[in-house]
Write a protein that binds this ligand. Structure first.
Ligand code: NDP
Ligand code: 8X3
Length: 249
């Protein structure tokens, strides 16, 4: 299979690249950090191909997707994994640039690559789009404001793709992980405050990037007549907090 993975340079994407390459598939990995793409090529060998791309740059995405199709002929799976959270402040204290970056990456970047690859899948009447959503798209939490909203968009977009692809052999899944350690997610969210990021996972026994990659690989290997619409994953240590009431003093 030819598998495109965005956000391949760390975390979930990197773990997915390892699993798919080691299973004999071709991985076309996309990310902004060229040095990481080169290091992964060195590590994983000739079945890994890196393409430097900021998914929010539409013009560059058009060029890269055209190049991928001309080089590989077709894409079996598109894993829209690139994404990020920036900040955990309340909406009344948040930074607008952070909000814009999350929307540009998690929403516009994801729909851009989907819109570019989907016609090729439709033409072959075969394909699979796996989107990286989040529990943050299902459950509100303080500080989740725009990040959670982008992931709610990803969930609904995934379901709407299913509706549009009626009668086609193209599958769509929204993967919705909860607290996951061993990735750069919280280091990015807390803007390099690595101690704060590490504290979040200490003694929590979080889900790992490899756990999520294993689930994506399992999805990819389901029989073609089965479509998993959504799959939500949390560590056992994480659960719901209930609704809050603020009582006046
Ligand atoms: P990481 O920060 O480790 O990985 C994020 C990846 O996205 C990196 O490879 C980064 O590469 C890439 N990326 C970010 N912005 C862009 C961009 N504009 N263009 C191209 N690539 C980009 O985090 P995770 O692996 O944890 O997260 C992966 C996905 O999973 C994200 O969508 C995240 O929202 C989601 N998620 C994470 C959870 C967690 O707890 N870790 C839980 C639920 C969902 P580079 O910087 O090189 O461009
Ligand atoms: C990442 C999971 O709970 O930090 O999407 O929003 S959470």
């Amino acid at each position: 299979m030819n598998v495109v993975i965005t956000g391949v340079s760390s975390g979930f994407g990197y773990e997915m690249a390892k699993i798919f390459v080691r299973a004999g598939h071709t991985v076309i990995g996309v990310a902004r950090r060229q040095d990481r793409l080169e290091a992964i090529r060195t590590e994983l060998g000739e079945r890994f191909y890196g393409f430097e791309l900021d998914v929010s740059n539409r013009a560059n995405a058009e060029t890269v997707v055209t190049e991928i199709i001309s080089q590989f002929g077709h894409v079996d799976i598109l894993v829209n994994n690139a994404g990020l959270a920036l900040g955990l402040e309340g909406a009344h204290e948040a930074n607008y640039d952070d909000w814009q970056t999350m929307v540009q990456t998690n929403v516009l970047g994801l729909i851009s690559l989907t819109q570019l690859f989907l016609p090729y899948m439709a033409e072959r009447n075969e394909g699979y789009v796996i989107n990286m959503g989040s529990i943050a798209g299902n459950w509100p939490y303080p500080g989740g404001n725009v990040y959670g909203a982008t992931k709610a968009f990803v969930k609904q977009f995934s379901l709407n793709l299913r509706a549009d692809l009626f009668g086609k052999n193209i599958r769509v899944t929204n993967v919705e992980p909860g607290l996951c350690g061993e990735t750069e997610f919280s280091n990015v969210r807390f803007k390099g405050d690595d101690d704060k990021a590490a504290a979040l996972y200490q003694n929590a026994h979080p889900v790992t990037g490899k756990d999520i990659a294993d689930i994506v690989f399992w999805l990819a290997n389901q029989p073609k007549h089965i479509n998993i619409n959504q799959i939500e994953i949390m560590p056992t240590s994480q659960t719901f907090g209930g609704l809050r009431v603020h009582y006046a003093e």
